[in-house]
Write a protein that binds this ligand. Structure first.
Ligand code: URA
Length: 240
């Protein structure tokens, strides 16, 4: 575990600026291991019990957020024109350098993972990890047996790129809808795969990443932190 300056620890644990953290510390409002500490440059182990104004404050090194991305929001940290997935969580995590670990198109909806843990993002996005992602897809034509067989074999895109096999399960209630599971992440992959069959995608919603399901209680634009179990599940996806 790491050792940090007290002002940094307080600022990150409470989500305030370093300047404000120093003010709290100088006023004697911060206790380290139960004792008031007024020196902002004191070196403190990250796991040391801290209180700020009598309330326990816990330093968390990284955050992992599940967001239900609405349509029209871009999967980026910043954007000159559009609202980004990071903008949506800013009020709670504004002091962290968050980014999306994997993208959805602007018109797609559903599960986007946000984190500030670069190693974790790198691992789950690494092509050789083949972390499965599940999508609910609605087409402008009925789903066919040829599409299902083609996906199972591995689609060759219009530009000649051969893709890995993907599972396509037709929706029994709606001939235009299906569920697709991908194990790779090529730009506009699902739209381009259906394009090979002259089918257009009219709605695309990601429901699952690496065995973690999008929480059905999250309305579009809502988010929550992953549970420890969900983080562990995704980290296990690293193992080949
Ligand atoms: N495939 C697409 O075409 N778009 C997405 O947003 C995700 C997968």
């Amino acid at each position: 575990m790491g050792v940090l300056r007290l002002d940094k620890l307080v600022s990150e644990a409470v989500g305030i600026s370093r300047t404000d953290a120093r003010k709290f510390i100088a006023k004697g409002q911060v206790c380290v291991n139960g004792a008031v500490c007024k020196k902002a440059d004191t070196k403190v182990e990250q796991t040391t019990p801290l209180t700020v104004n009598g309330k326990a404050a816990e330093y968390v090194q990284y955050v992992y957020i599940m967001l239900n991305k609405p349509q029209g929001v871009v999967s980026a940290s910043t954007d000159k024109r559009d609202v980004t997935v990071v903008n949506l969580v800013q009020k709670d995590f504004g002091r962290r350098s968050l980014f999306p670990a994997g993208r959805l198109d602007k018109d797609s909806t559903g599960f986007v993972l946000l984190t500030d843990d670069g190693g974790f993002a790198h691992d789950i996005l690494a092509p050789k990890r083949h972390v499965p992602k599940t999508y609910k897809v609605k087409l402008d034509v009925p789903v066919t047996a040829q599409m299902q067989a083609g996906f199972e074999k591995g689609v060759t895109l219009a530009d000649g790129e051969s893709l890995k096999p993907a599972a396509l399960t037709p929706d029994l209630d709606d001939p235009y809808s299906c569920t697709v599971v991908l194990v790779q992440g090529v730009y506009h992959q699902i739209k381009r795969m259906f394009g090979v069959f002259d089918a257009g995608v009219v709605a695309l919603h990601r429901t699952d990443i690496g065995g973690v399901a999008l929480d059905s209680t999250l309305q579009p634009g809502a988010y929550r932190c992953l549970t420890a179990r969900e983080v562990a599940l995704l980290k296990r996806e690293k193992a080949e």
